[in-house]
Design a binder for this molecule. Structure first.
Ligand SMILES: C[S@@+](CC[C@H](N)C(=O)[O-])C[C@H]1O[C@@H](n2cnc3c(N)ncnc32)[C@H](O)[C@@H]1O
Length: 638
């Protein structure tokens, strides 16, 4: 009877599939943000499919705030900005696979959305916690002249600005939520199917953030709410509690695709492995443990070394079923020990003289991660502060720095493929880049980073400003340069500045890219109204201050090509060609392209070719070239 009860048979439905359920399932997979209490939120779906704000006022369980739909709309609306490379601020521009992108992260994420679609394994962000003192970026913020003058310099050319989000702001939470929501929506698309996002956050917004993440990632993709014990207390005595921890929320893009997670064991945990044999250090774990379950599969009879047959007392069960136990015996993982007060009994019900243990080997020192992060491995804020001070002649150029150990620990859990990329789009002083380079140096990995940071001005009274860093982005870049030098133990970095072009054994370089307006002139005049002067302007639609590399990166963004790919210039017939790694692209922005250039392109057979509009001397040349090229590749013009 018991065995029958344990059998769970699959009952045939004997009816055709419910298409409605299937469709709902498909929609949920496509748009996790439309699911609320396991139902489709049609308002959100309508908003996702509309390019204007959709009104709705029905009641349902969901987090709403002022500006939510506008954010959804904004996340879906294209922008026409570009990224311009800055070779002089980069390190090893030619060979590096790392990126440092300066600009508002929403714009950066939108710009990267094709080139890095589904390519990022791990996103780590440490956004402003909305403590009432943070600067938050808001679009088209309107304010009085006095306010503007007092915060001058914090506004970008389109009037978007960083403003101090104080709790006297009537939209204190709404503004922050909108800022986060639109960035989370756009960044989700960059994640691989088995990708994860980790978000540091404090008490102020943990509740709201978790609800927003549920909307963006779906309830099923919640992985954990980690606790980082980031401080030891102290400081000015608060009236109530001294807060010594904060959180890291972890969500996956698709939990089913995420592999088993392993973390480095804490020193405390390692200390438990006191025994050793020829297979290494191990500890003995109870095989019989307290549990009121009556499952007979974990209550079978076992023969001990002296022939006694034992079984668990009432209220106890075994850790594994019989088959697994036999396997453990065969692998020499079972230890019998004599005792007269253990949890086993003989068949006649008397106290058994044995207890059973299972050997757990330390192995590579990894185990299942725990949600309360081990302090001895992840450090506290003070460690982060000293790491930066050590790099910057003991100056405190950045406040609230995460500890390098914390990020290394998290990377080791989630970036198990040592070639994967991590994105940090609130990168501050570049702790994440520091952690990536340090870990790669330790374990020979080849992990790559993409840092994004607003060129937020430093306070004139700050140590950073006095030390010459006018923006946080300058601090972030300089930190990576210094960490690189420190890791290599060499002052002689190969950068385009000193002319050395030898690739490093370890990638300590980074390509700097900066958000800017489009490379193209915006000219929308009625033909009748065009003056002679404007006509001359049309001879080139490219802005005068843009060079070939600007155009090349603009083209790579447009075609969805990764911006870290190696670029090799080649001169053919006095014309400069840009060959992008893996034959992804050949671009040439020259006039009067010759037959030799076309032959070179034909020989390489790139996936894409981009030329300048009007680059052929005459129509015949153009027809000939296009006929040949279109047989092997896709040709576009700018
Ligand atoms: C809390 S700090 C990150 C600190 C970082 N984890 C570290 O250890 O140095 C948040 C950073 O996000 C930046 N930030 C805020 N809004 C931004 C935006 N819209 N785009 C890019 N960066 C932004 C701020 O300038 C600040 O440097």
């Amino acid at each position: 009877m018991n065995e029958l009860q344990n059998l769970s048979l699959n009952k045939l439905k004997m009816e055709t599939p419910n298409k409605c359920d299937e469709n709902i399932q498909k929609l949920k997979e496509l748009f996790p943000q439309i699911v609320s209490e396991d139902k489709i939120d049609f308002d959100i779906l309508k908003q996702l499919l509309s390019d204007t704000i959709v009104e709705a006022d029905d009641e349902r369980y969901r987090l709403d705030w002022v500006g939510k739909k506008a954010s959804l709309l904004k996340a879906n609306t294209p922008i026409n900005k570009t990224l311009r490379p800055c070779e002089e601020e980069s390190v090893d521009f030619e060979n590096t696979k790392n990126l440092y992108i300066e600009g508002d992260n929403f714009e950066v994420l939108k710009i990267l959305s094709e080139s890095y679609l589904g390519k990022i394994k791990m996103i780590y962000i440490d956004p402003p916690y909305n403590t009432g003192k943070d600067f938050v970026y808001r679009d088209n913020f309107t304010q009085s002249k006095e306010e503007f003058e007092s915060e001058i310099g914090l506004r970008d050319e389109e009037g978007n600005k960083l403003f101090r989000n104080t709790d006297s702001n009537g939209r204190f939470h709404s503004d922050w939520l909108s800022m986060m929501y639109e960035r989370l929506l756009v960044s989700r698309d960059l994640l691989k199917d088995d990708g994860v996002i980790l978000i540091s956050i404090g008490d102020d917004e943990i509740d709201n953030l978790r609800k927003v993440c549920t909307q963006v990632y779906g309830e099923n993709n919640f992985i954990a709410q980690l606790v980082w014990n980031c401080s030891t207390g102290g400081g000015i005595r608060p009236k109530h509690f001294s807060i010594t921890h904060e959180y890291i929320l972890v969500y996956s893009k698709n939990k089913n695709k995420l592999d088993e997670l392993n973390a480095t064991l804490s020193k405390e945990a390692v200390k438990q492995y006191k025994l050793s044999d020829d297979k290494g250090l191990y500890r003995e774990k109870d095989f019989v443990f307290k549990n009121i379950s009556t499952n007979i599969n974990q209550k079978y009879e076992i023969k001990c070394p002296n022939g006694d047959i034992v079984k668990p007392k009432n209220g106890y069960i075994y850790r594994f079923i019989k088959e697994t136990f036999i396997e453990a015996v065969n692998n020499d993982l079972v230890v019998f020990k004599k005792t007269n007060n253990g949890p086993l009994i003989n068949l006649d019900g008397s106290q058994a003289n044995w207890n059973i243990y299972i050997k757990k080997y330390l192995g590579d020192g990894k185990g299942s991660p725990v949600t309360s992060l081990p302090r001895d491995l992840v450090g506290i804020y003070n460690n982060g502060t000293s790491a930066v001070q050590n790099l910057f002649e003991n100056k405190r150029v950045f406040e609230n720095v995460k500890s390098v150990e914390l990020i290394v620990y998290l990377i080791e859990i989630f970036l198990t493929n040592k070639n994967d990329t991590i994105l940090d789009f609130f990168s501050g002083s570049s702790t994440t880049a520091h952690a990536v380079m340090q870990l790669n140096a330790q374990d020979g990995g080849n992990r790559k980073f993409i840092m994004v940071q607003l060129p937020e001005l430093t306070d004139e009274k700050s140590e950073a400003y006095k030390a010459g860093y006018k923006t946080i982005a300058e601090i972030g870049k300089e930190r990576i340069r210094r960490v690189g030098k420190k890791i290599l133990g060499s002052e002689a970095l190969a950068s385009p500045k000193d002319g050395t072009k030898v690739p490093f054994p370890l990638d300590i370089g980074f390509r700097v890219l900066k958000v800017d307006t489009t490379n193209f002139k915006e000219v929308y005049y009625h033909p009748n109204k065009i003056s002679q002067e404007q006509l001359e302007m049309f001879t080139t639609n490219i802005k005068e201050d843009r060079d070939d590399l600007d155009l090349l990166f603009g083209v790579m963004i447009d075609l969805g090509i990764e911006l870290s790919l190696k670029i090799t210039p080649k001169i053919i017939d006095d014309k400069k060609l840009y060959l992008v790694e893996n034959s992804e692209l050949i671009a040439c922005f020259e006039d009067d392209i010759t037959t030799k250039v076309i032959e070179e392109i034909l020989a390489i057979k790139p996936y894409q070719v981009v030329l300048k509009d009007g680059c052929f001397a005459n129509d015949n040349d153009k027809i000939n070239a296009m006929q040949k090229l279109s047989t092997i590749t896709t040709v576009s013009v700018i």
